[in-house]
Design a protein around this ligand. Structure first.
Ligand code: GLV
Ligand code: MN
Ligand code: MN
Length: 408
């Protein structure tokens, strides 16, 4: 098999024919099918599957209780209408790397697991990296269980419907302490590597980022009879939010010092063509090179929403993630192993960042994305780069499994 043939095996799962994108939201049928696929692949490789309290799947080669374990993997869920690489490339590459290590006859000194973290994108319940955050103890189970999807279904209800016990959720400090190194391979989600003419690179950090919910309320009224001067239209507040987010980010953004702000999700109530809405909610995703820039951008956007004539705006933080720096010694060892592969930060969130945040030695390996497009049906990477990434991951794992000590 190969990395690309493994991806091909799941190419039809959760694909929407009209958009050509993937709708593999957590705990939906598509997600459950992918989880079954993963269990089958693990069994075919002779790995022992464990599912932790939070639904993360671990396929072990060696004794899972031994400690100093080398972990690799990623996630299988997608954003709504996402691509086939963000997440699955890391899982398929990890499976193929294990197959390759077995072909090479590598004799590991320590256990290895391929992990599939649950709900990395937060595409259904709004908070990203739910599986790894719960596992690492940086998201309280009570908070996760109360989250609701767009249909009003709670996370607790979704878990129960998938046959999982919602009361089981929680941190797993012992399992966490047994991780000696985590390496997540991922498609690059920008044009860093293609601009450097490099097939693979190594991550240095995940930039500070977060999600904010902005509720704007006004006066619902008739679209045809209400004088323009009399309107209290919350849609106009949303327009201010969108414009402010764009301006404040653009003022600070550059190739080397990122400042990004996006309104990618909106909800309008009652959502009628001939009515001025009662309420509009916009979700703001903001990220920046450093905390101070992120704060300055948010303060400026907040100021613009303070005095919307006749409207009220309420801003709530849904998640805020600090800079998550990968382990320098581990990252440097990988870069060296790949012939001084370039090192680059990322504006995208990852489970490896969550583990790094709580002190687990973690690193990321990025695979070139020729257009930089991601979170889109147009996301793409060349087959040859997929295989180069898979082979590099196998080399990295062989190194980590046989080294006397792990880089920390
Ligand atoms: C996840 O991919 C994110 O960066 O939002
Ligand atoms: Mn991802
Ligand atoms: Mn993603």
């Amino acid at each position: 098999m190969s990395v690309t043939s493994r991806l091909q095996d799941i190419a039809a799962v959760g694909r929407d024919a009209s958009s050509g994108g993937y709708r593999r939201l957590a705990w939906t049928d598509a997600d459950l099918t992918l989880r079954e696929w993963f269990a089958g692949e693990a069994a075919a490789l002779g790995l022992d599957l464990e599912v932790d309290r939070n639904g993360n799947m671990w396929a072990w080669w060696g004794d899972s209780s031994a400690g100093d374990a080398v972990i690799t993997g990623s996630h299988l869920d997608s954003v709504p209408d996402g691509g086939n690489f963000d997440g699955p490339l890391g899982v398929a590459s990890a499976l193929e790397a294990v197959a390759e290590l077995k072909r090479r006859g590598v004799q590991p000194r320590r256990p290895l697991a391929v992990v599939c973290f649950t709900d990395e994108e937060g595409g259904r319940f709004g908070v990203a990296c739910i599986g790894s955050r719960l596992f690492a103890g940086v998201l309280a189970p009570e908070r996760a269980l109360a989250l609701r999807d767009g249909d009003g279904i709670t996370f607790a209800e979704a878990l129960a419907a998938a046959g999982r016990d919602p009361r089981a959720l929680g941190a797993e400090p012992d399992r966490l302490a047994r991780i000696g190194a985590f390496v997540e391979l991922h498609i690059e989600q920008g044009r860093g590597l293609v601009d450097m003419d490099a097939a693979i690179g190594v991550g240095t950090e995940v930039l500070p980022h977060g999600r904010w919910r902005v509720d704007i309320t006004g006066q619902p009224n008739h679209a045809g009879t209400t004088l323009i001067a009399d309107r209290r239209d919350p849609m106009m507040g949303l327009a201010v939010l969108i414009d402010s987010a764009r301006r404040e980010a653009a003022e600070r953004d550059s190739v080397v010092r990122a400042a990004r702000a996006t309104v990618g999700k909106v909800q309008c109530t009652p959502n009628a063509v001939n009515a001025i809405p009662a309420r509009v909610t916009g979700w703001l995703d903001a990220r920046a090179h450093d905390e101070a820039t992120l704060d300055a951008m948010l303060e400026a956007i907040g100021r613009d929403l303070l005095h919307l004539p006749g409207l009220q705006a309420q801003i709530q933080v849904e998640s805020r993630t600090p800079a998550q720096v990968f382990t320098p010694a581990l990252s440097a060892a990988l870069s060296h192993l790949f012939g001084d592969a370039p090192m680059l930060a990322t504006g995208a969130g990852h489970d490896a960042g969550v583990l790094a945040e709580v002190g687990v030695p973690s690193a990321m390996l990025f695979v070139r994305n020729p257009t930089g497009v991601s979170h889109s049906p147009d996301e793409f990477t060349e087959d040859t780069d997929c295989e180069t990434g898979g082979a590099a991951l196998a080399d990295a794992l062989a190194h980590l499994l046989t080294a006397e000590t792990l880089p920390r």
